[in-house]
Design a protein around this ligand. Structure first.
Ligand SMILES: Cc1cc2nc3c(=O)[nH]c(=O)nc-3n(C[C@H](O)[C@H](O)[C@H](O)COP(=O)(O)OP(=O)(O)OC[C@H]3O[C@@H](n4cnc5c(N)ncnc54)[C@H](O)[C@@H]3O)c2cc1C
Ligand code: SF4
Ligand code: SF4
Length: 641
């Protein structure tokens, strides 16, 4: 046996061990040959859109947490992106991928920031954006059947005239149903209605074998598809439970002198059996950010609780409970914060590279945890701000944000290291990391108990023996270079790194690196480095929604702009796409980071015009085709209404 072969065997065994599979069963993921791409093209015809341009592959190599060194660790550039338009097409793709042992990375709107959609070994990204049909509404049973690529905002629009609404939804209203099932999330309304799993009646799942199975909430297998990030099968459709649309929302905002006082208020309210639709905590720093957005000190910069009712009786009960507690904000301010619930990452423009850490924590440990992380974040020289949804009688989902700047690389690395440090402190307070993806995979034992993990591994082995679904993450992050860098992501090693990271932070941060001067930045530069890549703009951009061309997606145009600013190669055909914009300003209206996108687009076009001529014909054709599209006029009409 040659050295190479011995090495490969050991490597395969190592992979196999990390999953608990035998070497033979793990199988080896292969690259896509040109012939295979051709074969798929001819099998799928018009039922799917196949993309393999260099720029397209680049934009699909990341999610919102675009970590600059990802490419050093993983083969994160997919070999191909497929947007199936029909379930039949998706079945063909999965069958071929399984036969040919090509890895598949399912992708909704790519808004979960832990690398869940990031390719690790090339392969195919399956983009669900064209599987977005609303199949059936049953008004009597109050259920709706939707395809996995449908966005929450699309369901809400559809239900507008039907006097029905959803029970709970993520604040990323632009994300997909399939994505939230796969991440098993909590969101707005979770205090009353629980997580996504509790509002789903059944799902249809496509397995690597090609089998499609309808799985009901009472089936034993049902829970396996929530929070397992596309490891076992592809969610095709879901039947969602709806409810009658409430007549109004009754939000109340109350200020407190400390996080502890705010949390005690929440605990007492719950003890009194008062059941709001939603409870949200915001720390003083978070409220300070809101004042900055408004440009005035409308809110008191104090720890605050927003409690929202839909039931007047329950609301009255609350008012008598809360009358002597805290300081009640004016009604219009409470309404403003409630209205802003879909813009959780909103910040005053021009702040580069947001970073965040998310975990669930028992309510009783919430304020001691906050005290501890405030001290820790000072060591890392960052100012955190915290918001939290209360998701049950004794549990909170905590989201900690802070700003960094990827252009000051050493400082950025230290700030990045703070994320697992905050997670680890949370674990000491009986917290649980919110998702796994790539970057939280070292915390798998803290998220999933031993018995459940064994069950997951056995099921993975049964339904995806070749490990083609989202490999190299979740169970264990598997890097390239014979997985040598991957050793750093092994739970034991990672735990040690997070332990010593606070000791090294002063070295990385000191002498505090000169902050990059931003005073001469153009609007385009500010915009590119401040975009949080949330994708909120994509859900309203007519150019993107009508063409479904990812290069017209504002978030991806931002990536093209970055290449332009860095002087990287841009092809003429990719550049042309940047001009296919209606300059309607819809993206500006919903931008989570308050960015002046219209000025940025003009600057981008101007910059590209210096290199390539303005593509007058392409622009003309684009405008004509948009104006000829029924969808566009429906869109215009909907905006007017
Ligand atoms: C501004 C903002 C606000 C957010 N608010 C919330 C919140 O309130 N609550 C919350 O839980 N999260 C929140 N998130 C995180 C994220 O938006 C959610 O996890 C969201 O549900 C992900 O949906 P997506 O369509 O973007 O999925 P993606 O990020 O595209 O995918 C997520 C995971 O699901 C897998 N997947 C996607 N589609 C399928 C499918 N059809 N079948 C099988 N696997 C699939 C992917 O491979 C990946 O592992 C927020 C993010 C942002 C940027
Ligand atoms: S201005 Fe351009 S990028 Fe923005 S929403 Fe309109 S068409 Fe889309
Ligand atoms: S431009 Fe604004 S809305 Fe769009 S992805 Fe960036 S931050 Fe989000």
């Amino acid at each position: 046996m040659g050295v190479a072969k011995v090495f490969r065997c050991t490597l395969n065994q190592q992979i196999a061990c990390s999953y608990g599979f035998s070497e033979k069963r793990y199988g080896d993921i292969r690259s896509m040959s040109r012939d295979l791409k051709k074969k798929l093209e001819s099998l799928l015809g018009n039922d799917a859109r196949l993309l393999d341009g260099a720029f397209e592959r680049e934009v699909y190599s990341m999610d919102i947490g675009a970590i600059p060194f990802t490419g050093l660790l993983f083969d994160n550039i997919p070999e191909m992106i497929i947007q199936p338009k029909k379930i039949e097409a998706l079945k063909t793709i999965i069958r071929v991928a399984n036969e040919e042992r090509v890895a598949i990375f399912p992708r909704g709107s790519g808004s979960s920031g832990l690398g869940g959609v990031v390719p690790t070994v090339g392969g195919m990204v399956i983009d669900f954006s064209s599987l977005n049909e609303i199949d059936e509404l049953d008004q009597e049973k109050m259920t709706i059947i939707v395809q996995a690529g449908v966005r929450w905002s699309e369901i809400e629009n559809f239900l507008k005239s039907k006097e029905l609404t959803m029970r709970t939804y993520p604040s990323s209203f632009f994300s997909t149903i399939g994505g939230w099932i796969a991440t098993g999330g909590y969101g707005i309304g979770s205090f009353k209605f629980g997580n996504i799993q509790s509002q789903i009646e059944s799902i249809e799942v496509l397995f690597p074998s090609g089998e499609i199975k309808s799985i009901n909430q009472d089936d034993e297998e049902f829970s396996l598809f929530f929070g397992t990030e596309g490891q076992f099968g592809i969610v095709l459709t879901a039947t969602l439970k709806l409810r009658n649309k409430p007549r109004k929302a009754l939000p109340h905002m109350i200020y407190f002198d400390s996080a502890e006082a705010a949390v005690n208020f929440i605990k007492d309210m719950i003890k009194e059996n008062i059941v709001p639709y939603n409870i949200k905590y915001m720390d003083a720093a978070h409220i300070g950010e809101t004042n900055k957005i408004l440009g005035e000190r409308s809110f008191r910069e104090k720890d605050s609780v927003l409690v929202t009712f839909e039931d007047e009786l329950e609301d009255r009960k609350f008012l008598s409970f809360a009358s002597n507690r805290g300081i009640h904000a004016e009604e219009y301010l409470a309404h403003y914060i409630w209205h802003e619930r879909l813009f959780s990452m909103k910040r005053k423009g021009s702040k580069p590279t947001p970073l965040a850490c998310e975990l669930t924590i028992p309510l009783e440990n919430f304020s001691p945890y906050l005290k501890k992380i405030i001290r820790m974040s000072k060591r890392f020289k960052v100012k955190i701000n915290v918001e939290s949804y209360i998701i049950g009688k004794d549990e909170a989902l905590v989201l900690i944000h802070y700003d960094s700047d990827v252009r000051n690389f050493r400082t950025y690395l230290a700030h990045l290291a703070l994320i697992p440090v905050l997670t680890k402190i949370g674990i000491a307070f009986r917290g649980v990391p919110y998702g796994l993806g790539i970057w939280n995979a070292p915390f798998i034992n803290e998220k999933i108990d031993h018995q459940t993990l064994r069950r997951y591994k056995a099921y993975k082995h049964e339904v995806d023996p070749r490990n083609i679904l989202n490999p190299g993450k979740f169970f264990t992050a598997r890097t390239k270079w014979a997985n040598i860098p991957g050793i750093l992501l092994k739970p034991v090693v990672f735990r040690t790194i997070t332990k010593i990271a606070p000791m090294f932070s002063p070295i990385l941060l000191s002498p505090i690196l000169e902050e990059k001067s931003t005073k001469d930045e153009t609007e385009l530069e500010k915009t590119v480095y401040s975009c949080v890549k949330c994708g909120s703009c994509a859900s309203v951009c007519p150019a993107y929604l009508i063409t479904r061309d990812e290069l017209l997606n504002p978030k991806n145009k931002m990536h093209l702009a970055k290449k332009l600013l860095l002087g990287e190669t841009i092809t003429k055909s990719d550049a042309e796409k940047a001009f296919l914009c209606l300059h309607c300003g819809m993206c500006r209206e919903v931008c989570q980071n308050d960015l002046d996108l219209l000025t940025a687009w003009l600057e981008l076009e101007e910059g590209l015009e210096h290199i390539f001529d303005k593509p007058e014909d392409a622009i003309q054709n684009f405008v004509s085709s948009i104006e000829a599209s029924e969808e566009y006029w429906r869109f215009v009409y909907a905006q007017k209404v």
